[in-house]
Ligand binder design. Structure first.
Ligand code: ADP
Ligand code: MG
Length: 312
């Protein structure tokens, strides 16, 4: 869906992104992560041509991005920013309607779309549609930001640290919403963050940048089991002890459950056994003396990527 081939971006003599190559598959949740100044935003903005590249090629649906009209890129690629960027004088409904209106959708279709999307992220349209952004909380506004990017049903969404200005609880709840939303909509999402826990929780694959260079690309499982070098290890905090059994992990959660149709894992298995299953399933059922306990992929990776000394 999106392909980078030896892409370099220089500002004068400074290389912001150097020789970056990667593929983002259709329907994939692809996370760009790295320290501040490592080239994440530059990489993201080169996709929709907000920033021109210096060398190399970027393909969108097998065609170089330079062959598209700029407006096509802006309409076919949704964009969510860190700072909430709704138009303050417009209602929530009008904000969401922007791109569909530019694409000359019928009024009725736009209305239906607004209702559908707001409902999907838990904002009752009748209550909120006619309010101004200032009447909503930060978390609600950022939900609208996500919905607005989805409005014209673009195949690709770019998100640049969309939740980093929110408090931790709101942030977690928007992450959870985004996971369930993505299960429904199956968009190609390129998501920038500097938070490894967020990356591990959300990403199908993660691309780690350091000073404009890609250090490693892989699934959360691969980052934890096969970090390529010390930088990667340090970044994901994988000095954390992973020689832990599934049972020990599950004892941190409480309550037993029905195992439903989830794959079963014995409580004495090492946590890395569960990784293999997480490649295919989001949830496993752990067999313990006290019955079945469910274990979620997101919770495991988030926990394992917490640096030693972090509180759980
Ligand atoms: P990140 O999003 O990972 O924090 P950026 O992609 O914004 O990093 O920036 C990568 C590097 O490029 C940084 O060193 C930054 O200072 C530099 N840079 C970004 N934009 C410009 C610009 N317009 N002019 C000069 N240097 C820039
Ligand atoms: Mg940035």
């Amino acid at each position: 869906m999106i392909e980078f081939k030896n892409v370099t971006k220089r500002y004068g003599s400074k290389t912001a992104v150097g020789d970056a190559s990667f593929d983002v598959e259709e329907g994939e949740f692809f996370v760009l992560i790295g320290p501040s100044g490592s080239g994440k935003t530059t990489t993201l903005k080169m996709i929709n041509r907000l920033i021109p590249l210096t060398e190399g090629y970027i393909y969108f649906k097998d065609k170089p991005v330079s062959d598209y009209e700029v407006y096509e890129m802006r309409w076919d690629i949704g964009y969510v920013l860190q700072q909430i960027a709704l138009f303050p004088h417009m209602t929530i409904g009008e904000n969401i309607a922007q791109v569909p209106q530019m694409k000359k959708w019928k009024e009725k279709d736009i209305d239906n779309r607004i209702d559908e999307l707001m409902t999907m992220v838990g904002l009752d349209p009748d209550t909120y549609k006619n309010r101004k952004p200032g009447e909503l909380s930060g978390g609600q506004q950022q939900r609208v930001g996500v919905v607005r990017a989805l409005a014209a049903d673009p195949p690709v969404i770019l998100m640049d640290e969309p939740f980093s200005a929110l408090d931790p609880i709101t942030r977690e709840s928007l992450q959870d919403d985004l996971i369930s939303l993505q299960k429904e909509i199956r968009k190609t999402i390129v998501f920038v963050t500097h938070d490894i826990k967020e990356a591990m929780k959300l990403g199908d694959r993660i691309c780690l940048f350091n000073e404009g260079r890609i250090e490693q690309i892989g699934t959360p499982e691969e980052f934890l089991t096969h970090p390529k070098n010390d930088f990667v290890k340090e970044f994901i905090g994988s000095n954390k002890d992973k020689s832990i059994t599934v049972g020990e992990f599950v004892s941190m959660n409480s309550g037993s459950a029905e195992h439903g149709n989830y794959p079963l894992v014995d409580e004495d298995a090492m946590i890395e056994e569960a990784f293999k299953i997480f490649a295919e399933h989001d949830t496993v059922a752990v067999i313990t003396d006290a019955g079945y306990k469910l274990l979620n992929r997101q919770d495991v990776f988030r926990h394992l990527s917490e640096k030693r000394g972090d509180s759980a």
